[in-house]
Design a protein around this ligand. Structure first.
Ligand code: CUA
Length: 286
C-alpha cells in the first residue's frame, strides 16, 4: 500500500512539474482550448480513471488481504493463547493451561500466531504493540482478541493507547519474541512456584505486601497488584517505569507514590532493614 501511494504521489508531482515547465515555455494554461478532446481525455484518465482503479485496489487489499492476515487466530487453530488484563496501571499476563502468571513482560514464540485475549480489570485500556499489530481496546465485560506475530526474535515495546488515568503514560510493556525452544524453557521456569526463602517470605507477610501480591508457593495470594512469583526474572518494574535492579527496587519500595504517583501501592514507611530484606528476597525470585 505504501509503494502504491508513493507511485501515485510521484505521478502527481510529475504532472505538476510538466504543467509548470509547459506554462513557463509557452505561457499557455495547461488545459488547451485548441485541443479540447485531448484535454478532456487527460482529465478523464488522470482525474477519474486512475484514481478509481487505485482506490478500489487499495480498498480490496486493505479489507480482504491485510485484515485477514492480521486477524486474531481462532483458539482452535493456534497452540498459543495468552490472556492479558489491563489494570491501573500494569498488564496482568496469563498462559491458559499452565500456572504461569506474569506482568508487563509478555513472552511469545517467534514465527507463531499468538491469540491474545484482552480484557480489563477496571477502566478501558488499549493493548498496542505497534511493531506487531494494530491496537485492541480492553473494555469492561468484553473479551476482545488480537493477533501477535513476530517474524523474528526480539524485544518489542507496547503501550496502553487509551487514556486510563493518572499513570496512563507509564503503562507500557515489552513483548519478548523468542525461538520456540527458548520460549518453552521460559514457560517451564515460570510455571514453577517460587524457591522457598523463609526469611524473605516472613518480611513480605509482616509488612503487608502479601495482602496485595501473589507469590505462588507461599501464603501470599493478594490480587491487587502484579503477581511477583518470578519478579526477579523481569527487566523492569512498574510497567517499564524503572529498570529492575536493586537500587531502583529499593527506591520503589521506599516511596512508590513518588516514583509513580497515583498507583495503588501505598507508601508503607518501611524501615531500611525491611527494604533491604525485601530487595534481596524479590531479586532472588528468578
Ligand atoms: Cu491503560 Cu492507558
Amino acid at each position: 500500500m505504501f509503494v502504491i501511494a508513493c507511485v501515485v504521489f510521484a505521478g502527481a508531482l510529475g504532472l505538476l512539474v510538466i504543467a509548470w515547465l509547459r506554462r513557463r515555455r509557452t505561457g499557455l494554461p495547461v488545459i488547451d482550448d485548441e485541443r479540447p478532446r485531448l484535454s478532456l481525455a487527460l482529465v478523464l484518465v488522470f482525474g477519474i480513471g486512475i484514481p478509481l482503479v487505485v482506490n478500489v485496489t487499495l480498498f480490496v487489499i486493505a479489507n480482504f488481504v491485510v485484515i485477514k492476515q492480521t486477524e486474531a487466530p481462532a483458539a482452535t487453530t493456534t497452540p498459543m493463547t495468552i490472556e492479558v488484563t489491563g489494570r491501573q496501571w500494569f498488564w496482568d499476563v496469563r498462559y491458559p493451561g499452565t500456572d504461569v502468571v506474569t506482568a508487563n513482560e509478555i513472552h511469545i514464540p517467534a514465527r507463531t500466531r499468538v491469540n491474545v485475549v484482552a480484557t480489563t480489570g477496571d477502566v478501558i485500556h488499549s493493548f498496542w504493540v505497534p511493531q506487531l499489530n494494530r491496537k485492541i481496546d480492553m473494555i469492561p465485560g468484553r473479551r476482545n482478541r488480537v493477533l501477535l506475530y513476530a517474524d523474528r526474535p526480539g524485544r518489542y515495546r507496547g503501550q496502553c493507547a487509551e487514556f486510563c488515568g493518572l499513570q496512563h503514560a507509564r503503562m507500557a510493556m515489552y513483548v519478548y519474541a523468542q525461538p520456540p525452544a527458548e520460549f518453552q524453557r521460559w514457560l517451564r521456569a515460570q510455571s514453577a512456584p517460587a524457591q522457598p526463602q523463609p526469611a524473605g517470605e516472613q518480611t513480605f507477610k509482616a509488612d503487608g505486601c502479601a495482602d496485595c501480591h501473589t507469590i505462588r508457593g507461599t501464603a501470599a495470594n493478594g490480587t491487587v497488584g502484579p503477581d511477583l512469583t518470578h519478579v526477579g526474572s523481569r527487566t523492569t518494574l512498574g510497567a517499564l517505569t524503572l529498570p529492575n535492579d536493586s537500587a531502583d527496587l529499593a527506591r520503589w519500595l521506599r516511596d512508590p507514590q513518588h516514583v509513580k504517583p497515583g498507583n495503588r501501592m501505598p507508601d508503607l514507611n518501611l524501615p531500611r532493614r525491611d527494604v533491604d530484606a525485601l530487595v534481596a528476597y524479590l531479586e532472588g525470585l528468578k
